[in-house]
Design a protein around this ligand. Structure first.
Ligand SMILES: NC(=O)c1ccc[n+]([C@@H]2O[C@H](COP(=O)([O-])OP(=O)(O)OC[C@H]3O[C@@H](n4cnc5c(N)ncnc54)[C@H](OP(=O)(O)O)[C@@H]3O)[C@@H](O)[C@H]2O)c1
Length: 300
C-alpha cells in the first residue's frame, strides 16, 4: 500500500525487501492502522510507505541476527512500509509471537500497546490515583485503561458516546460523554484530543497533578492562557512521545505479548477486514467509526 496523494493509499507493486545486517524480513499476515499514520498520509515524506504494526512469520534473516528462524511467528514494529506482503524490520523492533496467538490479535499490539505501556511507566505508581483520559475509545485508550485499572488506578474515560465507551466501562473505567460531568481534582490527566479539551482538562487537574500531553486527534491546536490556569496551578506538564523510552521496542513487545497470552490484556479489535479494504478502513478510523484497533488481514 503506497500513499495515493489524497490522504489514503492505493495498491502498487514495490521492490522486494531484502534483510540488511541486523534485520529480518517478515511475511505479513496482518497489520493494524494508526491515527498518526493517517496524519502522515496527508503529507507523506518522499518515498515513505505506511505501516508500523505487523504480525506474521520470519521470511528471511539478515547477517548478525541470532535466535530467529525462518517460519517463526513474530510481531514487529517496523519504522514504516509494513502495509505490505513483506517488510524488512530491525531485529530489535520485533518479538517472537506465541504460535497460538492469531496474527490479527498480535498486529493490534505494537504502536498502541507500546504507547499505553510507556504511558503507565511515565506516570509511575498507579494504585489509588485518579486519571482522566481523553480520546479514550481508540487503540491506546483501551490498552491504557486495562493496564492502569489492573494496577489500581481509578480511570475516568471521555468518549463520544456510550457505545464507544462500552468496553472501557467493562474494564473498570468511569465513562463520560461530556466533560461537564467530570468531578475534577484528578491526579493525572492524559490528553490527546487537543483544541479546547487541553485547557478544559487542565482545569480539572489537581493543583499539583501531572498533565500528560500526548496528541491532537482533533488537529486543533490548544490555546493556552497563562492567567487562565485554574486547576493545575503548580502542576507538571509533560509532552509524551512513545518513541522516547528507556526500554527497547523488542523488550516491551515481549511484555505486551506475555500480558495478552496470560489473559491480562485484551486487544480490542473494533474492525477486522481484508487488506484490499485499507482505504475504507482508514476513512472509518479518521471519522471516529472504529473502537479500539482496526486490523487488516493480508491474504496474498
Ligand atoms: N505521543 C505519542 O507518542 C502518541 C503515540 C500514539 C498515539 N498518540 C495519539 O494518541 C491519540 C490516541 O491514539 P489512538 O491510536 O488510540 O487513536 P484512535 O484509535 O484514533 O483514537 C483516538 C480517539 O480520539 C477521540 N477523538 C475525540 N475527538 C476527536 C476528533 N476531533 N477527531 C478524532 N478523534 C477524536 C476518538 O474517540 P471518540 O470518538 O470516542 O471521542 C478516537 O477514538 C491520538 O491522538 C494519537 O495521535 C500519541
Amino acid at each position: 500500500m503506497i500513499p495515493d496523494g489524497t490522504g489514503s493509499v492505493v495498491e502498487a507493486d514495490v521492490a522486494e525487501p531484502a534483510p540488511a545486517a541486523g534485520e529480518v524480513v517478515v511475511t505479513v499476515e496482518a497489520y493494524s492502522v494508526n491515527r498518526g499514520e493517517t496524519f502522515l498520509l496527508e503529507a507523506p515524506p518522499r518515498g515513505w510507505r505506511p505501516g508500523k504494526d505487523v504480525a506474521g512469520v520470519v521470511a528471511s534473516v539478515g547477517p548478525g541476527v541470532h535466535g530467529l528462524e525462518v517460519g517463526q511467528p513474530v510481531v514487529a514494529h517496523p519504522e514504516h512500509s509494513g502495509w505490505a506482503e513483506r517488510v524488512a524490520v530491525a531485529a530489535d523492533r520485533l518479538a517472537p509471537r506465541p504460535a497460538d496467538m492469531p496474527a490479527t490479535v498480535a498486529a493490534a499490539l505494537p504502536l498502541a500497546g507500546l504507547t499505553a505501556l510507556r504511558l503507565v511507566r511515565l506516570i509511575g505508581a498507579l494504585p489509588g490515583r485518579s486519571i482522566l483520559l481523553t480520546g479514550a475509545s481508540g487503540g491506546v485508550g483501551h490498552y491504557f485503561v486495562e493496564l492502569a485499572t489492573g494496577l489500581g488506578a481509578r480511570i475516568t474515560a471521555l468518549t463520544a458516546s456510550r457505545p464507544r465507551g462500552r468496553r472501557l466501562a467493562e474494564l473498570g473505567a468511569e465513562v463520560l460523554t461530556d466533560l461537564t460531568a467530570a468531578r475534577g481534582g484528578y491526579d493525572v490527566v492524559v490528553e490527546s484530543v487537543g483544541g479546547a479539551y487541553f485547557m478544559a482538562t487542565w482545569r480539572l487537574l489537581d493543583p499539583h497533578g501531572l498533565f500528560v500531553w500526548m496528541g491532537q486527534a482533533s488537529r486543533e491546536r490548544p490555546l493556552l492562557d497563562f492567567f487562565d490556569w485554574t486547576g493545575g496551578t503548580s502542576a507538571t506538564l509533560r509532552r509524551f512521545d512513545y518513541t522516547a523510552s528507556p526500554v527497547s521496542v523488542a523488550d516491551d513487545l515481549v511484555t505486551l505479548l506475555r500480558l495478552v497470552h496470560t489473559g491480562r490484556l485484551h486487544p480490542e479489535l473494533g474492525l477486522v477486514a481484508e487488506w484490499e479494504n485499507t482505504p475504507e478502513v482508514l476513512a472509518d478510523l479518521i471519522r471516529r467509526r472504529v473502537r479500539g484497533n482496526a486490523v487488516l488481514e493480508v491474504t496474498s
